[in-house]
Design a binder for this molecule. Structure first.
Ligand code: PLP
Length: 287
């Protein structure tokens, strides 16, 4: 198994960066995770757009041109024989003596690793995921895919310790922002009590613009579903008919309990499972 470190393909065990890499010392860097599904990269261009956006917002120089980046990604995936999994890219501001302000002369660091993954366990899909809620302790620029992930780490650990799959984060006004590594969605009866509404928080600085979220938004519109992008509270989520989350690692995943309380009838909902099926079909058309 290989990794890529600043221009070289190395055995994974030998993949190292310097102790004065600003990513290591200051979390001064960003990352991307691109799913590989049936041998294809899903929404690669959108992931590369988001990578460029994160770099731009932090004024970190792109480590290489986009074409070169694509080539390295494909080469690493081929060397590692990944047909289902993820490729992880990390860019930091580079290596320099430790100081908060930007160093004058430094080259950004680029590393990549891949991971093979198994399909989501059928049991998880049948039962749906249990999630807990945690206070959202993150900074105010969650739209940047920063490697500074301590609040996310602590939230996921809390979920794990309580036997849950994910933690959804609640802002100080009582609204769900997103999961620790997923975007959060609910489905509820519309104002007329009939057509079901699909609800997710709008894009902005307070959530990461998930690539899977965007895919589901587009597909929902195509399907003529009643999509509403607005914040929703924890109370609303608890009384929703369905809930689910989206991410590159598990696509559309049903959520059937929040803080131990069943959502709807406690089973994965029909709109959730329909969106999951449609999204999986869409993912198969990667590059
Ligand atoms: N929100 C957060 C905080 C994340 O870390 C992630 C992905 O890791 C997502 C949402 C989902 O984004 P994507 O669909 O691009 O994987």
């Amino acid at each position: 198994r290989f990794c890529y470190v600043n221009g070289r393909y190395l055995p994974h065990a030998n993949g190292m960066v310097h102790i004065e890499d600003r990513g290591y010392q200051l979390a001064d860097g960003i990352y991307e995770v691109v799913p590989i599904y049936h041998g294809k990269l899903v929404d690669m261009e959108q992931h590369l757009d988001r990578l460029a956006y994160s770099l731009g917002e932090l004024r970190i120089a792109p480590p290489m041109e986009r074409n070169a980046l694509r080539l390295v990604m494909r080469e690493l995936i081929a060397r590692n024989g990944v047909t289902n999994g993820l490729i992880y890219l990390q860019v930091t501001r580079g290596v320099a003596p430790r100081e908060h302000k930007f160093p004058k002369k430094t080259k950004s660091s680029l590393v990549m690793t891949t991971k093979k993954t198994k399909p989501v366990a059928p049991e998880l899909l049948e039962k749906g995921a249990a999630i807990i809620t945690q206070r959202d302790l993150r900074w105010l620029r969650r739209d940047i895919k920063s490697i500074g992930l301590l609040p996310n780490v602590l939230a996921k650990q809390a979920a794990s310790e309580q036997g849950a799959f994910e933690a959804w984060l609640v802002d100080d006004a009582g609204y769900i922002t997103e999961g620790s590594s997923t975007n959060a969605w609910i489905v509820k009866a519309g104002p007329d009590g009939k057509a079901r509404e699909l609800i997710t928080r709008p894009l902005g600085h307070d959530i990461l613009g998930g690539i899977t979220r965007r895919g589901v938004v587009d597909l929902a519109k195509e399907q003529g579903l009643n999509l509403v992008q607005r914040p929703f509270s924890l109370e609303e989520a608890l009384s929703a008919a369905e809930a689910f989350q989206t991410s590159s690692s598990a696509f559309v995943l049903p959520v059937t309990s929040i803080d131990g309380k069943a959502i709807g009838d406690g089973k994965p909902g029909p709109m959730t499972m329909r969106l999951r099926e449609i999204y999986c079909r869409y993912a198969e058309q990667g590059e």
